[in-house]
Design a protein around this ligand. Structure first.
Ligand SMILES: NS(=O)(=O)c1nccs1
Ligand SMILES: [Zn+2]
Length: 259
């Protein structure tokens, strides 16, 4: 059966059809501050996104994804650990069945309610498919979502669309959206080399994980959990717990831009 997050097709079995899943540079990982190397030479990262590049929002049965026009250098990420400008292609989220878990990366034992990924690719490799085969092919900015009392209003725009994409395969226009409004105040980040957290789990990603989580309300998390894995007119199967657990670090170095 197609891969997913259930007991019969979940992360423990992905390697049966996707051998890369057992590689030695897999993501996510657990980050322990005591093992992190502060690198004072790490530059700041910069995103310059064109709100006009946002196109659609869709439920693909595994996550809620916003897709951007990446046919030219319209919305790009540069700096930080990256060389050159990486094009924004899509953003999506991973979340739990309750507020106490849901993120993929775990920070000093802390699991956040959700984790938002902004996926960019290196145009020097021609196209996204080509970039997947390169160690410097893809850059993902990860933002942690923490349940709190002062929810970030910028998440509202995405959550307002949920009602239009309740079931698998549903898509709706999603335009005039600049995802940089989702960034927290601090630019502090961790970076390490890893993989896609979903099959085929290619090891082509420079991860840039923001230290400061953004806040969402418990109601906003409930909204996200109202998405369904199933298609219209199929038995309801809630889209929750679409996260891969931490994978072996295997000696990799995680660098921090901050002390
Ligand atoms: N969760 S992730 O950002 O590693 C990703 N998987 C597939 C496309 S982007
Ligand atoms: Zn992801």
């Amino acid at each position: 059966s197609v891969w997913g997050y259930d007991s019969d097709n979940g992360p423990e079995r992905w390697h049966e059809n996707y051998p890369l899943a057992k590689g030695d540079k897999q993501s996510p990982i657990e980050i322990n501050s005591k093992d992190v190397q502060h690198d004072s030479s790490l530059p700041a990262w910069h995103a310059s996104y064109d709100p006009g590049a946002a196109k659609t929002i869709l439920n693909n049965g595994r996550t809620c994804r916003v897709v951007f026009d990446d046919t030219f250098d319209r919305s790009v990420l540069r700096g930080g650990p990256l060389t050159g400008a990486y094009r924004l292609r899509q953003l999506h989220l991973h979340w739990g069945s309750s507020d106490d878990h849901g993120s993929e990366h775990v920070i000093d034992g802390v699991k956040y309610a959700a984790e938002l990924h902004m996926v960019h690719w290196n145009p020097k490799h021609g196209n996204f498919a080509g970039a997947l085969k390169q160690p410097d092919g893809v850059a993902v900015v990860g933002i942690f979502l923490k349940v709190g009392k002062t929810p970030k209003p910028e998440m509202k725009r995405i959550l307002e669309e949920i009602d239009n994409i309740k079931t698998k395969g549903k898509e709706a226009p999603f335009q005039h959206f600049d995802p940089s409004i989702l960034f927290p105040k601090s630019r502090d980040y961790w970076t390490y080399h890893g993989s896609f957290t979903t099959p085929p789990c290619e090891e082509c990603i420079t991860w840039i994980l923001l230290r400061e989580p953004i806040e969402v309300s418990s109601d906003q998390m409930a909204k996200l959990r109202s998405l369904s894995k199933n298609g219209e007119n199929e038995p309801v199967n809630p889209l929750v717990d679409n996260w891969r657990p931490p994978q072996p670090v295997k000696g990799r170095i995680v660098r921090a831009s901050f002390k």
